[in-house]
Write a protein that binds this ligand. Structure first.
Ligand code: NAD
Ligand code: TYD
Length: 352
């Protein structure tokens, strides 16, 4: 008897960004029989060159569409009849949300609603919302015994995390009110290839390579729980296939590091002096510590992080060294203006 594997048509929004592109590569490799349609507005954070390797894959299609554009989204649903939607599309940078919250409300909240309305209208097997541990707010540094579980109350700090939390609540409301088959993943900080160079790890790699100052906010004692991006992709793949509808799954690998530790590791790996480290004015409302308890996804779905931080950071640095053109193109363009605006006036508080 021949058994046919199920084949799905999956919409991946925000697939020209960091995690979405890694997810597309992961899925086309792991499930070559699936069709993947990437929906991306190509904001400053989206980069079509990232997807060059899959553009000719007959099971892949790229569509330049804004998820807030209801008409365009509905037309695409009519044409493609997706089985699963994985919504990565978002404004994702906390510092930008502090400067200009409005676009975060549009894409992260209204865009999520448009995607779910399309799912209701045309039918869907699963709508998956890619969320963040930042919806839980932060934990105190002096309580290393505390972790975010799925039961931790939502308690946001930044316009970014508030917009993501609002979207999460909307997703759960669409499940309860309309019976939409949803799941949500709340992941900790990712790192790896194609990470936009405004975020901590790629920014420090790029600056260190150029012997530029490494701008650490405040004392650099804030803690993040770092996860290699492929491990996040694996978690989402498991959730969309085996996760229980209506459930939230936290994703994180118990890999907590202070920012200053991260920057020192990057200096060491690149053979650069720590004297490049420059302590600058702190981020407003800066969350102290994020730490995920991944017990639910581990015990229910058998997920575990495969890449140890020591290996992942080496792989990431190697990738940035071997793909200079990708990030040098980004930081030579519009991004220069952003960098000047964010860091040009930022008061240097001391230099170590
Ligand atoms: P990113 O900023 O690298 O990419 C976002 C992508 O979304 C870009 O390609 C951009 O062009 C696209 N986009 C933005 N607005 C859009 C719109 N209106 N319509 C269509 N496309 C649009 O972000 P990322 O770091 O890859 O994050 C992806 C998702 O994962 C986000 O939802 C984020 O909240 C979540 N997340 C990120 C992290 C992390 O560490 N980066 C951790 C947990 C969760
Ligand atoms: P970031 O990569 O922006 O992710 P998030 O704010 O979502 O956790 O920042 C990670 C940490 O690094 C955060 O505590 C802020 C800090 N940071 C710096 O110290 N300097 C920088 O230039 C940046 C971009 C971040």
């Amino acid at each position: 008897m021949i058994t046919y594997l199920p084949t799905y048509n999956i919409f991946v929004t925000g697939g020209a960004g960091f995690i979405g592109s890694n997810f597309i590569f992961y899925m086309l490799d792991k499930h070559p029989e699936y069709r993947i349609v990437c929906i991306d507005k190509l904001t400053y954070a989206g980069n079509l060159s990232t997807l060059a390797a899959v553009m000719d894959n007959p099971n892949f299609r790229f569509c330049k569409v804004d998820i807030c554009d209801r008409k365009a989204v509905y037309e695409l649903f009519e044409e493609e009849h997706p089985d699963i939607v994985v919504n990565f599309a978002a404004e994702s940078h906390v510092d930008r949300s502090i400067e200009n919250p409005e676009v975060f409300l549009d894409t992260n909240i209204k865009g999520t609603a448009v995607m779910m309305d399309a799912c209701r209208k045309y039918g869907i097997q699963r709508y998956h919302q890619v969320s963040t541990d930042e919806v839980y707010g932060d934990l105190p540094l002096d309580r290393p015994d505390l972790f975010f579980t799925e039961e931790t109350p939502i308690h946001t700090s930044s316009p970014y995390s508030s917009s993501k939390a609002a979207a999460d609540l909307l997703v759960l409301a669409y499940h309860r009110t309309y019976g939409l088959p949803v799941t949500i993943s709340r992941c900790s900080n990712n790192y790896g290839p194609y990470h936009f160079p405004e975020k901590l790890i790629p920014l420090m790699i790029a600056n260190a390579l150029a012997d530029k100052p490494l701008p650490v906010y405040g004392e650099g004692l804030n803690v993040r729980d770092w996860l290699y991006v492929e491990d996040h992709c694996k978690a989402i793949d498991l959730i969309i296939h085996k996760g229980r509808v209506g459930e939230v799954y936290n994703v994180g690998g118990h890999n907590e590091k202070t920012n200053i530790e991260i920057v020192k590791i990057i200096c060491k790996e690149l053979g650069k002096p720590e004297s490049l480290i420059t302590h600058v004015e702190d981020r407003k409302g800066h969350d102290m510590r994020y730490a995920i308890d991944p017990e639910k996804i581990s015990s229910e779905l058998g997920w575990y992080p495969e890449t140890r931080f020591e290996d992942g950071i080496k792989k990431t640095i190697k990738w940035y060294l071997e793909n200079r053109q990708w990030w040098e193109t980004i930081i030579s363009g519009e991004y220069q203006k952003y960098y000047e605006k964010m860091y040009g006036d930022r008061e240097q508080i001391n230099k170590k």
